[in-house]
Unconditional design. Structure first.
Length: 65
């Protein structure tokens, strides 16, 4: 059997480490995107609530007149 050279083993380890780092970066990127979406949804919900509050306030002021 052919035994792999130490250099080939080192390259293989580096390749595996690179893949692992890329996976972690990907997870990290996905986590960041999920966090951004969460923040955006919360702001959107807050804006919708404020719009609804303004609408009902305007409606109430019309009714009171």
């Amino acid at each position: 059997m052919f035994e792999r050279s130490e250099f080939a083993k080192i390259l293989d380890k580096q390749g595996n480490l690179t893949l692992e780092l890329k996976k972690r970066e990907r997870v990290s990127e996905d986590a960041q995107n999920q966090h951004i979406l969460y923040i955006a949804k919360n702001y959107f919900a807050e804006i919708q609530s404020l719009k609804a509050a303004v609408f009902f306030t305007e409606e109430l002021s019309i009714i009171e007149r």
